[in-house]
Structure formats: C-alpha cells, structure tokens
Design a protein around this ligand. Structure first.
Ligand code: FEO
Length: 393
C-alpha cells in the first residue's frame, strides 16, 4: 500500500492476540507496521511479529517483486518488530542490517544474526538511498535503550518506532486522512500509559531532540500513519509525558463482599457533590489494567482502596499500586481507604506505595473495622468532598 512517493506500507494486522506483551488487553487487535522505501536502493524499515512472516513476505513481494532488499533498518528490537529479522535475512542473504551499536548486540543476542557487513550507525548518521537520504536519531528508552527513529530528509517523513503508535488493528486504510481516527487517539493514550508510562523523562528528551525536524508524516510501528493529524499525535505525547491531566477523579477499589465498594461509591458521591463532573469508578477485579492506567493518566485525582488481605492489601489493588509505582504519574491528588477484620494493613500498605508513587495526599486515609457503618460512609463522603475540592482547586 503506497503511502508516499516510493514509500509503501507492508505491515500486518494481528486480530487474535488477546494480550499485548502478554499483559495488555487488545479488544480491537494491533497492527505491526513495516515500510519499504523503493528508491535506487531498497530499504525495509522494521519487520513484523514472526507469526505473520508468510503474509509479510507476500506484502513485500507485492511491492518490489524480485528486486533485492539492500537494507533492513532496525529502529527498535522488541520482537513484535524484529521477530521476522532472521527469516528476512534468510530470504534476502545480501541484505545489510542498519542499526546502532546496542541494536547490533541485540540482533546477535536474540537471533544470532549479526554480520560483519551490517551498517552500524551513530546518532545523526545518514544513509543515501538514491533520491533520498535517511538520517538516524537515537531516542533511548522510547521504548528500549537501543531505540532510534529514521528520518527522510527533505520530505519530513519520520519512521518513529513505537513512538506515536497505538493499539487497534488497521481497518482498511493506513493513513489518517483516509480513516476515522476517533477510536485511535484514546488507544494512543492507553498505549502510552501501559507501554511508555515509565519513560516520561526519555519521551520529553526525545520530543525536545526531534523538535528541530520538520514533520509532515509520522510512520509508527503500530496504528495509523499520521499525516493530517501529526500535530495531534505529537500533542498526546507532549501532554502525557509532562503529566498534564484534566480535572477529574478515578476511584479504584477491590472488594470481596461489598463493604469497600460502598466506601468507594460514597467517595465518588462526595466528589460529585464538590462539583467534579468527570468521575470514573473501576472495580479492579473487573476492569482491565491498561484502561485503568489510561484513565489515571487522564485525570488529576485518584482514590484507591481495598480490604486488608493476607497481611497486606487486596491483591488486585496491590497490582495497580505496583504498576503506578513503576510509572511517572505523580501530579495527582490522592485519597486512600481500606478496611480490616482483625489486623489492619491495607491503608499502611497503600501509604508505603505512595512513597514511590509520589502523589499528593488529601485528607486522612479512611479506615474501618469489619462492616461499613453509616458513620464510615459519612466519613467516606466527606473525604470525597475534600478530594473533589482539591481536584478542582
Ligand atoms: Fe512495539 Fe516496544 O515494541
């Protein structure tokens, strides 16, 4: 599929994988994007998950027929993109891999497929393909330490790796101008929260570094090619990497018999009374973590709670706390709550996690013993009001 002069999309859709990285729910699939630049030299940009190799090879041959491929540019080594690398090398034995020093170490480590003929590039190096030249720009930790982007000088086209990518298979069209992008922007936020949420500082560094490049088209490794909406895609990354959020509240709870749920709902009620209009309540035994994380990135208030369980806090609550402690999402107002039957540990455990999460506490943690009394629910509502006022302040 041609996306620009001499540049073609040769990626594939994965509509059967249930969880990306074995972790993140994929209700609408995911695409693995790869591109061919068919200039005087032929360059393939990244590959696809190896499970799709036959289809991928057919896509390549539909574009270039029997022409050889001169270069395989590897922007990112995670196997959803490098998985077909060794098989491509088998099919095109003369191909030269193009990557930085760290990339080549991974090529050898993952696939034993490095060659003395490969082209090792450093930051800012270029590669002439004929009518156009590629330049390479290292963007470490976006998403792995070897990650780089490739840029077509003069045409403003950037092959960006995971950056500006999103969940969701491509439904017919590849370029944003040819589709309804509405489903993809929230999926970009969910992708960022799940995959890149730990790396906000490297993302900010990369945005600063790449800001000198004119961008007319961004070709990521997942989701639509951004052309008309380049600015919107960059804005999602700018906003999320700077921790900018809307005024709103996410209430997250785990509950076995409904006591914690009632407290969670009373907190939500209090926040609504304080005037908060965007409130989302997640039962963590039901909601998928990536959707919860995306909501937490989106709104500036969080209430989290669960019962004491096996000397700690209820497992689905601790799972979310661990995920938040490993992400850069600090500029939030936080209230927490937890009940116990004979030994109190839930609120202490949440407090300990917030030492790493670094959110701003609001009010006193709400704790109760055994059943939720009317007084407990009144205190929950008051805590919700205080949190709501802090969110709107
Ligand atoms: Fe889509 Fe970090 O791989």
């Amino acid at each position: 599929m041609k996306i620009a002069q001499d540049i073609h999309y040769v990626g594939v859709n994965d509509r059967t994988k249930h969880r990306f990285e074995g972790l993140w729910f994929l209700p609408a699939g995911v695409s693995y994007n790869s591109y061919i630049i068919a200039d005087e030299k032929v360059a393939l940009i990244d590959t696809v998950d190896v499970a799709f190799f036959a289809e991928y090879l057919a896509n390549i041959r539909q574009v270039i027929g029997d022409r050889p491929i001169d270069y395989l540019v590897i922007n990112h080594m995670e196997p959803d993109h490098s998985g077909s690398l060794a098989l491509i090398r088998d099919k095109y034995p003369q191909i030269r891999l193009v990557g930085n020093k760290k990339t080549m170490e991974m090529v050898q480590g993952f696939y034993g497929a490095a060659s003395a003929d490969d082209v090792v590039v450093a930051d800012g190096d270029t590669l002439a393909l004929g009518r156009r030249t590629l330049s390479f720009h290292l963007v470490p930790m976006l998403h792995w330490p070897e990650t780089m982007v490739s840029y077509v000088k003069g045409e403003g086209i950037m092959f960006s790796g995971d950056a500006f990518g999103c969940f969701g298979a491509l439904n017919g069209a590849v370029v944003d101008r040819d589709m309804d992008i509405a489903p993809y922007l929230p999926e970009m936020e969910r992708y960022f929260a799940a995959i890149l949420g730990k790396f906000c500082v490297p993302v900010r560094n990369a945005l600063k570094k790449l800001s000198g490049l004119e961008l007319r088209m961004i070709c990521p490794t997942h989701g639509p090619v951004w052309c008309e909406k380049v600015g919107e895609a960059v804005e999602v990354y700018r906003r999320m990497s700077h921790g900018e959020s809307q005024k709103g509240l996410v209430v997250c709870y785990g509950s076995m018999y409904g006591h914690t749920r009632r407290v969670a709902e009373a907190i939500a009620r209090g926040a609504a009374e304080a005037g908060v209009r965007k409130i989302i309540v997640h039962d963590l035994s039901v909601s998928q973590p990536s959707f919860v994380l995306a909501d937490i990135f989106r709104y500036n208030g969080l209430a989290i709670g669960g019962p004491t369980y096996n000397g700690g806090v209820f497992p689905v609550v601790e799972d979310l706390l661990k995920r938040l402690a490993g992400r850069d999402v600090k500029a939030h107002k936080l209230a927490w709550f937890g009940g116990f039957t004979w030994g109190s540990m839930a609120v202490k455990t949440i407090a300990a996690y917030n030492e790493k999460m670094g959110m701003t506490p609001v009010g006193e943690p709400l704790e109760w013993k055994q059943g939720t009394s009317a007084d407990t629910l009144d205190r929950a509502r008051a805590l919700g009001r205080s949190l709501g006022e802090a969110i709107l302040a």
